[in-house]
Design a protein around this ligand. Sequence first.
Ligand code: FES
Length: 345
Amino acid sequence: MDIKINNKIYEAKENETVLDVCRREGIRIPTLCAFEDLLRGAVCRLCLVEIGGRLTTSCTAKVCEGLEVITESEDINKARRINLELLWADHAGKCATCKKNLMCELQKLALEYKIENFHFIPRKGEITGQEELDLIRDNWSRVVVENENPCISRNSELCIECRRCINICPEKKFGFNHRGSAVVVGTPYEKVLDCSFCGKCIEVCPTGALTDKNDYVKIIDDLDNLEKFSVAVLDIDIKEKIKKQLTDITPEKNLKKLLTELGFEKIVEVEKENLEDEIIRKIKIEYAKHEKINPDNIVIFFISSKIYKKKNLGKYLDYVLSEREVARLVRNKEKIGKGKIHPIK
Ligand code: FES
């Protein structure tokens, strides 16, 4: 069927939404809740377009023969800005210290739409620490900061309730807690997150509400410590994932060069699925012996999306870094300058 978008005719398929057609045709519409094929709840209301003189969410509006859509106008922009301000008001906005700084979808849109004046009062109050966390069961406060599980950091202060984590989690670990204006996304009874840690929720979270858990300061210290010998073990499929995270800042740079600039002295690639444990053990034992390096000074970073491996840190493995964490290190390095530079061995 044919539909008109911004006065131009496009072909659309049965059951597609206006957003589907726009995405396929390269017509940009801002979104914070719709994600690929995930269930759509029209929550963020940033994808507003005009159909028949009314504003409607393009992520849920189904196409029909002869449909006429406007995707940009003063009224549409105004409504999107108000909705963005509402989301921003309910978001802690501690960008400078947020792990998702410069990679946050909300932050990017707030900059694009020049959100400067804030007309709305935040709803959330802060609660941190285990003792206080326990209190939340009887408390109306909506903010949960969880660092107890080994792989994922959770901070509902930064959550915009887009539902992506609820919809993508294969184990259904997330849902809504509380009701009405106190509603918050969390685990049942706000218990510590306990799952297989596939990391899908972190991948889709548009803000810093769900992030990779790591001791970032210790990582930087280890990478900058001249007495330590940092080794990056690259998982089989990770190079493309890292490149994807970094397309906007360093498209021309070679990954090995980037890792060397971060302070990695040896880079090893895993060539067959699940060979990493054997490789890591060999580096700590055989390579250390061969190169006469004290194994205690070898710091092994497994660079992989398998964030569940963070549970296995110990004698051989020091850190697991996801593609997002490598991108964060690179971005920060780009901003604060280069550290030690060693040749690749
Ligand atoms: S993308 Fe349509 S409401 Fe969020």
